[in-house]
Design a protein around this ligand. Structure first.
Ligand code: 9MR
Length: 747
């Protein structure tokens, strides 16, 4: 054991553009203590275990002849147990390693050595033939004497040789100061601005008085000039900023840049093409999230994979899934649907709201003045169903709807007509893991009122939209919606257990007055029946101010009902007041946007960015966009479009949260199969994938290590391990689909 004394550096206060403002004050002393025994393998492998890895000493190293033909990383491993970790202490995890042939990945972890084998830190470097040195710093999220360091080397088709040396886990090291690369201080929508739309940017600067700016074309000639507007210190980032309005310039072009304070922005376009593309990509995203079907390479080059969860080993589902113990004594075929996110779970609450927003993207196109339904029509999304005469967006949504209907408790069973809350793995699985490789037991979780009403709402909406294309399906959906509604009335307060979060998320919600309102609204809009109108009109939700700072989400669904009541034609008494309430909500968001130097309709309480904030920004923009559809007023169109700027790069981190869009864009979202960051043989998320975005609560260990003390917009890192700031999820992409479609329609 090595013992050294060291002194923590005095940590400088946050620099311009830095993620960290609350850094510990120095100087302070800490003792660096080595936790690994015999990490140098000078003569023996004492203290180390080897599992299906054939490890042996070799020239003062540990070398392993790793067998081929295993599935998962953990199928072959070497490691050391009995490691003690102290919560909140920072560790440096270092080793040298090589691989022959090169290109193999080692998953190096620090985690629990016994079930449930949580991982507290992990890194997955790609190895080269000559030994490389790897070093990582993290803060332990736990106190444990049951720790281990392990090197997982399974999952390769062919045998290979792995060598390891100088393994060290040094406790008491200073926390790493993470400094994101935020690029040029002029922040723009890196994708583009519509020729007739608003054009705004933000400059990060020390200057407190107006500065000149210049817009340059692709060859560098100035095409417009103006002066910045100093905006003071922005609360959401802690930066001193100015705003720039170049909306008077309306000429189409590509490769434009904005120059101010000696900095040149990332290039951007003025045009409409990118939004037409984004409209499609944001919806195409769902095909590769499909469960229960093989993904075709001809339709998504680079994304082909086997069908997941069809009861073919090693999968244990989803064709005959039992309940969690004691919940029910039947099994259900719940195959199909979309995987929720980066996990393989399928959740009715989130599936319902995601389906609604996708269907609403289409439904808006039927009713809004600028709507163009053919844009997501048959043949637009390269789906297996393209060419069947049904709009492709409806084909995609139906994949999920069929799953939602399967989640309904069958006749004759207790709680018949309600919907099981979710189906997912009994234990959390590691990354990467293709859907068809998931060996976990799948389980149905108890029915809940929230899931039942989500199903009712989405199925009722589906009934009116599919009627022109498939009367039988429309009728089946409406019957399921009515059955669900009746079951929810009979069981109005059956809630998901917040602690039921092993192997999948809880999605718990103990206020379902909004779900009742939303379901009643959809049932009314589809059937026109008085009893549903009565429920809507009697609900306190109907007249409540529902357009709060966090916007609507899987747990706050009132807006889904309100927006549809305001826009889908009906004879609802007082419909004008409903429309006015949406416009009033939009006015609030517009006021937030105008006060915000990054031009976003999002200013959460206490600057606490929520999980999935990028989609909350978009959903607030949906309200503003709907006000434009209702009133035709340009200010709402402009506000909705300006909101997109933030998501596409005009932000403190200077990153576009949409994969494939913008010069610097999120592309390492947390996903078990778009896991290129962990395995170069796997793809990155497809173009048009929205990242969750800044989350002040930073629940994952990586974010906790690197982003502690982060301010609002800085609570984000584009790393596959940061599941609380950087996941991809079906409901989030629906918000992107809806706003991309709106923007494209304004061109
Ligand atoms: O999006 C969900 C967020 O609002 C919750 O706060 C969080 C914790 O319950 O869960 C998020 O949803 C995750 C789900 O539970 C499991 N699949 C991935 C989802 C996105 O991270």
């Amino acid at each position: 054991m090595t013992r050294r004394r060291t002194t923590l550096l005095t940590l400088a206060a946050a620099l311009l553009g830095s993620a960290l403002t609350a850094l510990p004050a120095g100087p302070a002393a800490a003792e660096e203590v080595e936790q690994v025994r015999n990490g140098t393998f000078d003569t023996t492998l004492d203290g180390w275990w080897s599992s299906n890895a054939g490890a042996a000493p070799s020239d003062g190293r540990l070398c392993a002849d790793v067998p081929g033909g295993t599935t998962d990383r953990w199928d072959s491993a070497v490691g050391q147990d009995g490691i003690t970790l102290v919560k909140g202490e920072t560790y440096r995890f270092a080793f040298t390693a090589s691989g022959l042939p090169e290109g193999h990945v080692v998953r190096a972890i620090v985690g629990r050595s016994v079930t449930p084998y949580e991982t507290w830190y992990e890194a997955s470097p790609v190895l080269t033939e000559s030994a490389g040195s790897y070093s990582y710093t993290f803060t332990s999220p736990v106190d444990s004497a049951e720790g281990q360091v392990a090197f997982q080397v399974g999952g390769a088709a062919d045998p290979w040789r792995f060598c390891l040396d100088d393994v060290s886990l040094l406790g008491g090291v200073p926390p790493e100061v993470y400094e994101p690369d935020t690029g040029p201080r002029v922040r723009v929508n890196q994708v583009g601005y519509l020729p007739a739309g608003p054009k705004n940017a933000t400059l990060v600067t020390d200057a407190t008085t107006a500065l000149p700016w210049e817009l340059r074309d692709a060859v560098g000639d100035a095409v417009a000039r103006g002066r910045t507007v100093p905006r003071g210190v922005d609360a959401s980032s802690g930066q001193n900023v100015h705003s720039i309005d170049f909306g008077a310039y309306r000429t189409r072009g590509t490769g434009l840049t904005l120059v101010a304070d000696g900095e040149t922005s990332h290039p951007f376009d003025i045009g409409t093409a990118a939004y037409e593309r984004l409209r499609l990509d944001a919806v195409k995203y769902y095909y590769t999230q499909r469960s229960g079907t093989a993904i075709r390479d001809d339709l998504r080059p680079g994304y082909a994979r086997a069908a997941g969860h069809l009861g073919v080993a090693p999968n244990q589902g989803d064709t005959s899934v039992p309940c969690q113990s004691g919940v029910c004594d039947y099994t259900l075929d719940v195959s199909g649907g979309w995987y929720d996110a980066g996990d393989h779970g399928k959740y009715v609450v989130n599936g319902g709201i995601a389906t609604w927003e996708l269907l609403s993207t289409y439904e808006r196109s039927l009713h809004a003045r600028t709507g163009r339904p053919a844009k997501l029509g048959d043949g637009t999304l390269a789906l297996p169903e393209s060419g069947n005469g049904v709009p492709d967006v409806l084909d995609e949504a139906r994949w999920e709807l069929e799953f939602l209907l399967k989640m309904q408790v069958p006749d004759g069973q207790p709680l018949a007509g309600m919907a099981h809350h979710k189906v997912h793995d009994a234990q959390w699985t590691g990354l990467p893991l293709l859907p068809d490789d998931d060996p976990q037991k799948r389980e149905l979780h108890p029915p809940t009122t929230a899931a039942t009403l989500n199903l009712a709402a989405a199925a009722a909406q589906a009934a009116r939209l599919y009627r022109p294309y498939d009367k039988a399906f429309a009728a089946r959906a409406l019957t399921a919606a009515r059955t669900a509604w009746t079951a929810a009335l009979a069981h109005p307060a059956v809630y998901a257990d917040p602690a039921d979060a092993t192997g999948g998320g809880a999605y718990d919600d103990d206020d379902v007055t909004d779900e009742f309102y939303w379901a009643a609204a959809e049932l009314y809009l589809t059937t026109g029946e008085k009893r549903f109108a009565d429920h809507v009109l009697a609900s306190p939700v109907h007249t409540a101010d529902i357009f709060g700072p966090y916007g609507f989400d899987w747990s706050r669904t009132a807006a889904a009902g309100r927006l549809d009541l305001a826009t889908v034609p009906s004879a609802l008494p007082g419909r004008d007041a409903v429309r006015r309430s949406v416009v009033a909500g939009a006015d609030t968001y517009l006021a937030t946007l105008r006060a915000h130097p990054y031009g976003m309709p999002y200013a959460p309480d206490g600057n606490r960015y929520d999980w999935g904030s990028a989609h909350q920004v978009l959903n607030n923009a949906v309200v503003v966009a709907t006000a434009h559809d209702i009133t035709g007023a340009a200010k709402y169109r402009d506000g909705a479009l300006e909101s997109l700027d933030y998501v596409l790069g005009r932000n403190a981190l200077n990153i576009s949260y949409v994969t494939g869009y913008g010069e610097v864009h999120a592309h390492r979202q947390h996903s078990r199969w778009y896991a290129q960051q962990l395995d170069p043989a796997l793809p990155a998320p497809p173009a048009g994938t929205l990242a969750g975005g800044p989350n002040s609560s930073i629940q994952d260990p990586l974010a906790q290590s690197l982003l502690k003390g982060c301010v609002g917009q800085f609570c984000y890192i584009d790393d596959i391990q940061s599941w609380s700031t950087n996941e991809t999820t079906v409901n989030w992409n629906a918000a992107l689909a809806r706003m991309a479609s709106f923007a494209a329609d304004q061109g």
